[in-house]
Design a protein around this ligand. Sequence first.
Ligand code: FAD
Length: 367
Amino acid sequence: MGGGLAGMVAGIALQQAGKNTAIVSMGQNALHFFSGTFESLKEPDERLAALFSAAGIRVHYREGVRLMPLGTFKKAALSLEDIDIFPNAKFARRVLIVNFLGYHDFFSSFLAEGLEKHGIECRIRFLSLPDLDNTKAHGEMRSVQIARSMDRIWEKVVQEIRLMLRDEDTVVLPQVFGLSDTTVPGRIRQSLPARVVFAGTMPPSVPGIRTQMQLRRRYQLLGGTFLMGDEAIRAHEHEGVVHSIATNNLDAHYLEADSFILATGGLFSKGLRSNPFQISEPILGLDIDHPEDRNNWYNPAFAEEQPYMGYGVKTDAQLHAVKEGIALKNVYAIGSILGNTRPELGSGAGLAINSAFAVVDTLLAEK
Ligand SMILES: Cc1cc2nc3c(=O)[nH]c(=O)nc-3n(C[C@H](O)[C@H](O)[C@H](O)COP(=O)(O)OP(=O)(O)OC[C@H]3O[C@@H](n4cnc5c(N)ncnc54)[C@H](O)[C@@H]3O)c2cc1C
């Protein structure tokens, strides 16, 4: 249940090991907002490297900072190949920021303001390409719409930038390249006489959507069944064992399995729900790990980190999900639905991947 990073990694690893799996995936997941940096992961071990490589996902590991969409910097390490990691924020002397006329999701003036704070001189130029007129005519100029054209017309963009460049040592472009052809960012870098840096845009994230597409393609190639747009709504349980689940689209047909993995995400993806009185897990009614006193759920300083964001479902040592104090025998929870309950497994993408592999190992060790 859930086709985000955790569900996809578990599904791929199980299919690779010869298991027969299906993923019910309701909608958007955190990868659609992905910065391209995998939180709390060091260099990928052999297993993760092989999984990514077979899916066509290329990563690199370097400790440093990455450029955020509004010109700030954030610590980063393991990242997608087209995300630049710098030793520090002063990554260039003079920068040409290239934007597209009418594009809504790339705030080049905020970006320049942010870079100038670090002593980087910036010049902004807008490109108007006839090839994008069709995009403009058929709707808004958003990242994904532009990205659909860019892998076809990137050479024209490069030509225009060559004409614009003066004495800048670096060109900053929005991350709208490589959605369908992952070689394009590298080819742009080779074609320009200055260093090229791809800066994040407002969501949705083009590198994140690409990663999701690559994982799904790999899963389906391995024979996995991906039920896109369907929602797991109910589980049928007897004496601590779940036999089947009901979904919205399958109506009265239930999905039966030996084991079930709950990878439905946190509050953001509706894997957890909340109302003024409680936080709940809607499919199985699992126990949630949070303090009894509701006054401790939030921080009155609104902009600070909020405790409730870290709440997750309770699990035992093998990540069996816990309901009414008892671990369900064949239901496991992975990814951000765990909240901060399992710090030893990391956070963010690290938690999603580590917990997925942990459950896969448990399942493969079972007779
Ligand atoms: C906005 C945002 C940005 C983030 N950016 C980063 C980042 O840049 N780097 C990083 O390391 N971490 C990031 N994170 C942390 C992120 O949670 C993890 O990186 C990871 O991607 C979470 O994966 P997941 O599979 O556990 O959950 P999710 O990605 O949330 O996926 C859960 C999926 O389950 C589906 N689902 C929910 N309920 C049901 C149901 N009943 N039936 C079927 N499907 C269901 C949802 O629609 C969703 O597709 C971000 C989190 C958020 C919220």
